[in-house]
Design a protein around this ligand. Structure first.
Ligand code: 6PG
Length: 242
């Protein structure tokens, strides 16, 4: 597995440099007249990235070549503050010119089991395939303090190995239902990028990157792309123990 760790002075510099990389990847695809499929992460970390993209890069890429998906979504209406789609829409997607059909949100308001199946069908239709699984050009991930990523939580690690493209999970503390990409799909991506900031994540990052014994309990430890690249985009606070 090819991986690389990139450390940035601040969350803003990380967001800006990643935005430049995303724009570069979409532009390269456009030059080959190919779509670029990317799954966005949820939670609070990517909010700064979305703001940087929406406020400073809205005219920097041929967005019509991008297809945006989500790595996971909370089972809530789009109007909820918890909606990962709602956050990306407000801060980023509403500020770019992109065909509506290129925005592939998870319907958090619908029955989770049925939506997991429907979303898998949508993914299959709009992405390439490899090894019998959907191939995203890029999957962006966050890292929870318990080592979860997307919505694959430590007590639901079976989602790492599911034959399904999407699964239904629940947050171990709030029991909020989630829909998530499964581990095999994540590991089938062309590139997987963890975006992580803040000193609260420093300990768990150190354990995962240095393969400490306790890391085996963390779902993020098992994100090892089969044939793609793994990048860690982290700020200095999150990297303080490396
Ligand atoms: C979600 C995310 C989840 C998130 C981590 C980190 O829907 O919450 O997909 O995996 O990336 O929990 O969250 P923060 O960025 O808020 O720390």
């Amino acid at each position: 597995m090819n991986s690389s760790v990139k450390i940035f002075r601040s969350p803003y510099e990380l967001a800006e440099k990643f935005a430049e990389e995303l724009v570069r990847r979409i532009t390269d695809s456009a030059e080959k007249n190919e779509p670029f499929t990317v799954a966005l992460s949820g939670g609070s970390t990517p909010e700064l990235l979305f703001s940087v993209l929406g406020d400073h890069f809205s005219k920097s890429a041929p967005w019509e070549y991008a297809h945006f998906f989500w790595g996971d979504e909370r089972c809530v209406p789009v109007t909820s503050q918890d909606s990962n789609y709602g956050t990306a829409k407000r801060k980023f997607l509403d500020k770019i010119i992109i065909p509506e059909v290129n925005i592939h949100r998870i319907h958090g308001e619908d029955d989770p089991e049925k939506e997991a199946y429907r979303y898998a069908e949508e993914i299959a239709y709009f992405t390439a395939g490899k090894n019998g699984l959907p191939l995203f050009d890029m999957i962006i991930l966050g890292l929870g303090e318990d080592g979860h990523t997307a919505s694959v939580f430590p007590d639901q690690k079976e989602l790492l190995y599911s034959d399904n493209v999407c699964g239904v999970a629940f947050h171990p503390v709030t029991f909020q239902k989630r829909i998530t990409l499964t581990g095999r799909v994540i590991n089938n991506a062309g590139s997987v990028i963890f975006l992580i900031t803040g000193k609260k994540k420093a300990d768990i990052i150190e354990k995962i990157i240095n393969k400490r014994p306790e890391a085996v309990g963390f779902p993020s430890y098992y994100i090892v792309p089969e044939h793609g690249m793994l990048y860690w985009y982290i700020d200095e606070e999150a990297a303080m123990l490396l």
